[in-house]
Design a protein around this ligand. Structure first.
Ligand SMILES: NC(=O)c1ccc[n+]([C@@H]2O[C@H](COP(=O)([O-])OP(=O)(O)OC[C@H]3O[C@@H](n4cnc5c(N)ncnc54)[C@H](OP(=O)(O)O)[C@@H]3O)[C@@H](O)[C@H]2O)c1
Length: 441
């Protein structure tokens, strides 16, 4: 494993997490991902036998996971759950994942009042109340993270069996809640983000949609990457957002969708051969969280963010090639990297490649990282001026400008196998700036 994995920014060791709905599907993958990265996790579901079975399996894998039987649609059961979590984790919680949701697909005119209230209560009221209940515990953490499991259906209109209007509205509500809480709770050091999956192969989806070949064909033809996602391709992003490595990210809704939200048409690709399951025991981190054996080209890698990206990649095991216009700076950097044991080469040229979503068929993922002010030589004149700095800080929910390492970590994550279903995304690393509308004192 690459040197940087020892970096505490890439670990959840010593952190605590609550993941409702962890016995199946995406929730189960999230429990395993967080526990695999070192967190102590509490989960819940409504089925005691299934919960006990999962707890036994996790114990045998060396994960620290506890569980309760709880129906999160019940207000009193939610309160009991949080009382338990508070006592388990000594009044402090670092991570809350709002995972549970329900869906019914039928034409809008056929939905009943009960359909409406059951979906609103499970998908909106329950996670909202969970946030309220856990707020004191999260505030105590000083480095807390909430992740909502949203859906592409909350970003685009997705029609199945006539309509999914209520489900979409609930996920749209969750995306907005993400923005509001990110701004409101930045002062409490609570970051809030949402992950919006496209079709993911969970038991639920396999039993319903994936039983119908026509539906499968339609989904695949609508997805540039030509396949549905796997739960582990969602859980990796969820875990990344909770890591200290994501410390300048808040208020974002990121789609894990094989490019679906960016494509108007897509050429289907054959399903790739499944990769062998990686080992994931105890606190060890599987190879999806490494860049070992990979090669990277980072243009402009001798200063600022480019420099941080080179070091992040090399520290995570990649062989990196960079370039610069400045020969002495390049040589100095190459000597420094050699002394650190990094595999970096460099050249005095600048290469720029424009990559696009349609390259999914060539197995090229393309993502953008959009930055607010980051402390580099380029922005030095701005942040050395007190008035400008004050203006920037007051406009930024997190109240500060970013560090190069808070950008390089996001760039590195997007290049990892762990991000294998993320393409076509523009991810803002901005301390919440782009979701901050207006705050009246
Ligand atoms: N799968 C997809 O393609 C997809 C796409 C976009 C978004 N999502 C979102 O991803 C999240 C997880 O979906 P999934 O596909 O992983 O679902 P899943 O496979 O059906 O798993 C749901 C989990 O939540 C538990 N659960 C359900 N209702 C509960 C309740 N009222 N109280 C406590 N636990 C409850 C279930 O256990 P019990 O039933 O035993 O309680 C199970 O552990 C949802 O928010 C969903 O909207 C999924």
């Amino acid at each position: 494993m690459a040197g940087n994995m020892e970096d505490t920014r890439w670990s959840l060791r010593g952190m605590t997490a609550l993941v409702p709905g962890g016995t199946k599907g995406i929730g189960c993958a999230i429990v395993e991902e967080l526990a695999g990265l070192g967190a102590s996790v509490h989960t819940c579901s409504r089925n005691e036998a299934e919960l006990d079975k999962c707890l036994g399996e996790w114990e045998s894998k060396g994960f620290r996971v506890t569980g309760s039987v709880c129906d999160v649609t019940s207000r009193t059961q939610r309160e009991t759950l949080i009382t338990k979590v508070s006592s388990l984790f000594n009044g402090k919680l670092d991570i809350l994942i709002n995972n549970v949701a329900t869906t019914i697909w039928k034409p809008t005119v056929e939905f009943t009042a009960d359909d409406f209230s059951s979906m609103m209560s499970t998908n909106v009221e329950s996670p909202y109340h969970m946030c309220q209940l856990t707020h004191p515990l999260l505030k105590c953490s000083g480095r807390a993270s909430i992740v909502f499991i949203s859906s592409v259906a909350g970003v685009l209109a997705v029609y199945i069996s006539g309509s999914g209007s209520i489900y979409s509205a609930t996920k749209g509500a969750v995306n907005q809640l993400t923005k509001n809480l990110a701004c409101e709770w930045a002062k409490d050091n609570i970051r809030v983000n949402a992950v919006a999956p496209w079709f993911i192969r969970t038991e639920l989806v396999d039993k319903t949609l994936f039983g119908d070949e026509k539906v499968v064909e339609a989904i695949i033809s609508r997805t540039p990457m030509g396949r549905a996602g796997e739960p582990k391709e969602v859980s990796s992003l969820v875990a990344f957002l909770c890591l200290p490595a994501a410390s300048y990210m808040t208020g974002q809704t990121i789609c894990v969708d094989g490019g679906a939200t960016r494509a108007t048409e897509a050429e289907p690709e054959p399903e790739p051969e499944p990769e062998p399951e990686p080992e994931m025991a105890g606190n060890s981190i599987d190879r999806r969280w490494s860049l070992q054996g990979m090669t990277a080209l980072v243009t402009g890698g001798t200063s600022g963010i480019g420099l941080a990206v080179v070091e992040e990649f090399a520290g995570l095991g990649a062989t990196v090639h960079t370039c610069s216009f400045n020969e002495s700076q390049l040589n100095e950097c190459l000597r420094h990297w050699e002394s650190k044991g990094f595999q970096v080469t460099g050249a005095l040229i600048q290469l720029t490649k424009n990559l696009a979503c349609e390259w999914a068929k060539d197995n090229i993922r393309v993502n953008a990282v959009a930055l607010w002010f980051v402390k580099t030589e380029l922005t030095k004149p701005i942040f050395e001026d007190n008035k400008s700095l004050e203006a920037i800080n007051s406009r930024t929910p997190m109240g500060r400008i970013g560090e190069p390492k808070e950008v390089s970590s996001v760039v590195a994550f997007l290049c990892m196998p762990a991000a294998s279903y993320i393409t076509g995304q523009t991810v803002c690393v901005d301390g919440g700036l782009t979701v901050n509308g207006f705050a009246f004192p």
